[in-house]
Ligand binder design. Structure first.
Ligand code: MLT
Length: 310
């Protein structure tokens, strides 16, 4: 099969694909480069960081199969793919484990001022008395978007002795009962924002979630609460968050793995603040998760080749 791999995936998986197929690798290419490389391709494998729009797919008359080696579909024109009968498969589960753990790591780091402690100690500063923090145990964890990733964050919260509540876009009594069986309480977004000590955002980026968390929503959060987002840049209004993090008596800190502007050389306006942790969209970047995604991609390719006698 003629495959274009447009984002970096596990190197072992790439090697195995290269042994059996005609593979072009071009990671994070711009539109012009993608358009040039995709012309004769039958399969496209991609992650975040590239825009797979109609103009790009329109250059590839033989394109039959799209593999999203991860979760989000905000960088793909799904309507175009559907209307041109291009099969689409996502591999969301392995990355979800890693994203949930990073969300938790951020909450712990923020609560215990770990980054500040490390930076200062490297300069010889032993300010033990200033480096107090908070327990997560006994606190309320609020999840905005209790789906595949958000519910995993909730389970970690339960294991840590937190009271967990969350909201979803389409609540129902059945979903509420299923969550409750696992110790997670489904409620409104308003209640999540108003009662949680730690709010963690895990919604996909789409029209209904763009700027979902802006000034009025942030203003609902408790004084001293923490916010983490591992969803997508554009879900949280960064200017409004900056304001809440610098206003006296408002939010204690924030952790962001996703940003409005992403990529080499881009610096978030929040980088000026000490009570913020910023990471470069590394939520799914554990070796374990990427290996698992890689081996699932191989299996998908084998089944697709068999089904289509390629
Ligand atoms: C995802 O949606 O799976 C994550 O953003 C990871 C990625 O593909 O870069």
């Amino acid at each position: 099969m003629k495959i274009l791999i447009a984002s970096s995936i596990d190197s072992e998986a790439i090697k195995q694909l290269q042994e059996k197929h005609d593979v072009i690798c071009a990671f994070n290419a711009d539109e012009a480069k993608l358009k040039a490389l995709i012309v004769d391709r039958e399969v496209l494998i991609f992650r975040s960081g590239v825009q797979i729009n109609a103009a790009v797919m329109g250059q590839a008359p033989q394109l039959k199969f799209l593999v999203r080696a991860g979760s989000g579909l905000d960088n793909l024109d799904v309507e175009y793919a559907q209307s041109h009968e291009i099969k689409l498969v996502r591999v969301p589960q392995p990355g979800a484990k890693a994203v949930a753990e990073l969300a938790f790591a951020m909450m712990l780091s923020l609560s215990r001022q770990m980054i500040r402690a490390d930076v200062l100690l490297r300069k010889g500063r032993w300010i033990k008395s200033e480096l107090t923090g908070f327990l997560l145990t006994g606190k309320t964890l609020g999840i905005i978007g209790m789906g595949n990733i958000g519910s995993r964050v909730g389970h970690l919260g339960k294991a840590w002795g937190m009271d967990v509540l969350g909201c979803v876009e389409h609540p129902s009594p059945e979903r509420a009962a299923a969550f409750l069986e696992k110790g997670l309480r489904l409620t409104s977004c308003e209640e999540v924002l108003e009662t949680a000590d730690y709010v963690s955002i895990h919604v996909p980026l789409k029209d209904s979630t763009r700027n979902l968390i802006k000034s009025p929503e942030l203003a609902r959060m408790k004084p001293g609460a923490y916010l983490t987002t591992l969803a997508r840049g554009g879900v949280v209004d960064e200017q409004a968050l900056y304001h809440e993090l610098t206003a006296k008596g408002r939010l204690a800190g924030a952790g962001l793995d996703v940003h409005l502007q992403e990529g080499e050389g881009k610096i978030s306006p929040l980088a000026k603040l000490e009570n913020v942790i910023l990471t470069p969209h590394i939520g799914a970047m554990t070796i374990d998760s990427q290996r698992e995604i890689g081996s699932r991609v191989i299996n998908l390719m084998e089944s697709f080749a068999k089904e289509n006698e390629l």
